[in-house]
Design a protein around this ligand. Structure first.
Ligand code: NAD
Length: 438
């Protein structure tokens, strides 16, 4: 079949190596808990308080039965994890992917708590997912399944309660269905119940580009902080979807040279660089980045180990494990994806002075502009795209300042720990001010 990605929904999990004979933990929930423990060591907080913020407050596990186009019924498992609401309503995306598990959703919901806190927006964290490959279903089937999920979510979500958003393999279409189901059942209008909507359904200008934009801004700030500049830097991007492809062309706009990109069908490389926007057009037309004119093919592992100034993993969790990390040659890694490095990879890269811009900061543009969308929905007033982009830039540069300040003041080992120290400190302050009740 022409151009359609062979394995669009491959996960990037691979058996981890690390210590011979042992397998490295790649359970994302365990990774999250390790990251919290690493930061907690630098915080003046009791173990009891830290334990409380290492696990979700509640997880909905539900089995959705919906009708297939042939009239048969199918039952599929779905989750929504509400991790922590100390700083505001739970906030986080809904993912459709065969690799969705309860632990993955729990981890992703925790990362949302610390992501919202590090950029100082007034939300807690949540996440949801359905364990399907959407490519196996028609649009009508996906609509029935999504509306069934929205019906189950209805008592849990709400503009001031829990606000879902898109994630891997969901987008404006699914958000519009969820909003419509909720509003119909509640007999109200409440566009702020969900973000990532189409503009005419209450979405925000700039939302689609926001995650790639924060990744590019985070990289710019980091090179500036190093006394260098993003201009002229070579970049490789793994994953050419929403986050990766937009980060690529915005980095190019800042003067960087995109030399390699990939998707689940394979990668392309040209040491002299290529036009990232034109590769998006090629992918839209053919289904993959592969075969783009003037480039040579590379595998995903080759791309991740290319000798570039900046590597942007923008696919799924665990893309780089401890074993592969020994071969990574990039100087800086900007985590556009959530959890692309295993803790073993993180330790290996830290030992080799590879600077990692952590996911909870680098990809926080998506939730930040979701927050702007929600603010606009509550005010029933739309902002211009330039206002959205200016406010996003302000949030990202302020957050980078806070992270660097924590890193330098407390002599922290890396920017990830610094980001968690800032974020956990804010969550603990809110909890402390509210007090434990009942
Ligand atoms: P997407 O579905 O638009 O794109 C994912 C891309 O990764 C696709 O090009 C796919 O082909 C590719 N891919 C999948 N498996 C791969 C593999 N094994 N090797 C190479 N490429 C592979 O998803 P997205 O929205 O861009 O999300 C990507 C990551 O960014 C996820 O970790 C997501 O949680 C994170 N993220 C996204 C947003 C957002 O607003 N979209 C916000 C924050 C974080």
């Amino acid at each position: 079949m022409f151009g359609v990605e062979k394995s669009r929904f491959d996960t990037v999990n691979r058996p981890a190596a690390g210590i011979p004979g042992m397998s490295e933990a790649t359970n994302p929930f365990e990774s999250l808990q390790e990251q919290i423990d690493d930061a907690a060591a630098y915080l003046d907080a009791g173990v009891d308080v830290i334990e409380r913020i290492k696990r979700p407050e509640r997880v909905l596990e539900t089995n959705l039965t919906f009708e297939r186009d042939d009239g048969s019924l199918e039952t599929i498992r779905a989750y929504r994890s509400q991790f922590n609401g100390d700083r505001g309503p739970y906030k986080g995306g809904i993912r459709y992917h065969p690799g969705v598990t309860r632990d993955e959703v729990k981890a992703l919901s925790g990362w949302m708590v610390y992501k919202c806190a590090v950029v100082d927006i007034p939300y807690g964290g949540g996440k949801g997912g359905i364990a399907i490959d959407p490519a196996d279903y028609s649009e009508a089937e996906l609509e029935r399944l999504t509306r069934s999920f929205a019906t189950e979510l209805r008592p849990l979500i709400g503009e001031d309660r829990d606000i879902p958003a898109p994630d891997v393999n969901t987008g404006q279409r699914e958000m519009n269905w969820i909003k419509d189901t909720y509003e119909t059942l509640e007999r109200t209008t409440a566009p702020g119940v969900i973000t990532g909507k189409a503009i005419d359904s209450g979405g925000s200008a700039g939302r689609v580009e926001a995650t790639g934009r924060s990744t590019a801004l985070a990289a710019r700030e980091t090179f500036d902080w190093l006394g260098d500049s993003i201009e002229g830097k070579t970049v490789a991007v793994q994953g050419y979807g929403n986050a990766g492809s937009i980060a690529a062309y915005l980095l190019a706009d800042l003067g960087a040279e995109i030399v390699a990109v990939s998707d689940s069908a394979g990668g392309i490389y040209d040491p002299n660089g290529f036009d990232a926007r034109d590769v998006r057009r090629h992918k839209a037309e053919t289904g993959s980045v592969t075969g783009y004119e003037g480039t040579e093919p590379v595998t995903n592992d080759e791309l991740l180990t290319l000798d570039v100034d900046l590597l942007v993993p923008a696919a799924l969790e665990n893309a780089i494990d401890a074993d592969l990390a020994t071969e990574v040659s990039a100087d800086v890694i900007a985590e556009a994806a959530n959890g692309p490095l295993t803790p073993g990879a993180d330790a290996e890269l830290a030992g080799r002075d590879v600077l990692v811009i952590p996911d909870i900061f680098a990809n926080s543009g998506g939730v930040t502009v979701s927050y702007f969308e929600w603010v606009q929905n509550r005010q029933r007033f739309s902002w211009t795209e330039s206002r959205v982009n200016e406010e996003l830039e302000r949030v990202i540069t302020n957050a980078f300042g806070d992270i660097v300040d924590a890193y330098e003041t407390h002599d922290l080992p890396n920017l990830r720990t610094a980001a968690y120290v800032v974020a956990i400190g804010r969550v603990l302050d809110a909890y402390d001010q509210a007090g434990n009740w009942p």
